[in-house]
Design a protein around this ligand. Structure first.
Ligand code: CU
Length: 114
């Protein structure tokens, strides 16, 4: 399944996340931003339902490094160390399963609907 990802932002740090999300060109007022915390070698929440146009921000609270890696390779955070974050907007409906590349048992899903 093709997964066009737009407005991808790769960021480090909470301040950078807020700045870039507010600065994105086409963020509509009603678009929401959802936060996922990586803690204890798990994504919380692990399954998240959002609406097209919403953004998701992940922050790593673990001492261990983690990644947010689409199993279909549509998006990839790179290594997130403690306190670092990654955010992106989802503009196409679908199910986006992702893992941590360092700990593949860490699995979660973003479900995007219209
Ligand atoms: Cu990990």
């Amino acid at each position: 399944m093709a997964k066009p990802i737009q407005r991808r932002v790769f960021l480090r740090g909470a301040f950078a996340t807020a700045t870039a999300l507010c600065g994105a060109a086409i963020v509509r007022a009603e678009d929401a931003t959802h936060q996922i915390v990586i803690d204890g070698f798990a994504f919380a929440p692990d399954d998240l339902q959002i609406t097209v146009g919403d953004s998701v921000s992940w922050i790593n609270r673990d001492a261990a490094p983690h990644t947010v890696s689409d199993i279909d390779e549509g998006f990839e955070s790179g290594t997130l160390r403690k306190g670092e974050s990654f955010a992106m907007a989802f503009l196409e409906p679908g199910r986006y399963g992702y893992i941590c590349k360092f700990h593949p048992k860490m699995k979660a899903t973003i479900i995007v609907s219209r």
